[in-house]
Design a protein around this ligand. Sequence first.
Ligand SMILES: [Zn+2]
Ligand SMILES: [Zn+2]
Length: 369
Amino acid sequence: MTMRITAAIARAAHQPFTLEEVDIERPRWDEVLVAIQGVGLCHTDLIARDQFIPIALPAVLGHEGAGTVVAVGDGVRKVKAGDRVVMSFSSCGRCVRCAEKLPSYCTTFPSLNYSGRRPDGSSGISLNGAAVSSRFFGQSSFASHALTTERNVVKIEDASLPLAILGPLGCGFQTGAGAVMRSLACKPGSTICIFGGGPVGLAAVMGAAIVKCATIILVEPIAARRTVAKTLGATHVIDPSFGAVGEAIREVVPDGVDFALDSCGREDAIMTALGSLSSRGLLGLVGVPPKPESAISVNLASLITYGHRIHGIIEGDSDLEQFIPELLEHFQAGRFPFDTLVKAYPLGQINEAIAAKHRGDCIKAVLVP
Ligand SMILES: [Zn+2]
Ligand SMILES: [Zn+2]
């Protein structure tokens, strides 16, 4: 049995999304059907549409959804119809990384999140009887409804929280904040330089303020974002369009920074970040590189001599059940004002929202019914 829903379909790389009616299955044993109240637009959705992530098209993308549970499978215990939930990525719950509470490094993460299919090869969404790729990050929430799993959802108990804008906590915002608070585990009084002031980089700035980094430098070319960063806790901002970013960082921190975080994925920024580290400095990488084959060249003698470390990061090492509620506590206490970065657009205006994001008119677009 299926239900007719509306979804924004990615039909071809670099082409606009089209709003269409599709059929969604009822939840299986461990599945949860959610009526979407808001879904963030993330760079990862666009690189999937554009086939950097080679998910078969047509596909329903969207992976920062939040909404209300409509129905659950017989095996679901965590939530019931009517509950408010934030959705995040999929993980198996059985592998060595899941057992360590590091589900974003689940050994089956790529197939669970990027294959467009359930583990048995089926999709829960079809168009005129033909399967459409779904299950993107276990949710595919650019739609009126999403079919997800019990492990993907975090229940939101507090009815005063603005559910429609909470979805990005399940990806972009937890990635930035978690990179600083968990992956790099920055210490109070330490110094950090963050490259890129999009939603992930600005969440990293907030995370650095929460853990009380003494010096928080943001490198970002868009003036409006540098201004926002200062209100979120950045102590210094650098405009890279003037060049000599490494020297500008050393003017602030002559011995180099304890931590650096790249959220833009550019090889030149990553090399600058590596060159800005102090002895035993730690560089975190969350930015998506421009091409699948993108690479950097690292001088091994320098890496060893200074004890520099490089850490690839997925989803800020978030353990959903613990970290999303922790971020919401910081939000309610005024320490994680991610709502100031969000602008809402109707789902039907998804292409306009993408254009606005590219123009720099909004930092984080959230699509609402
Ligand atoms: Zn796993
Ligand atoms: Zn994302």
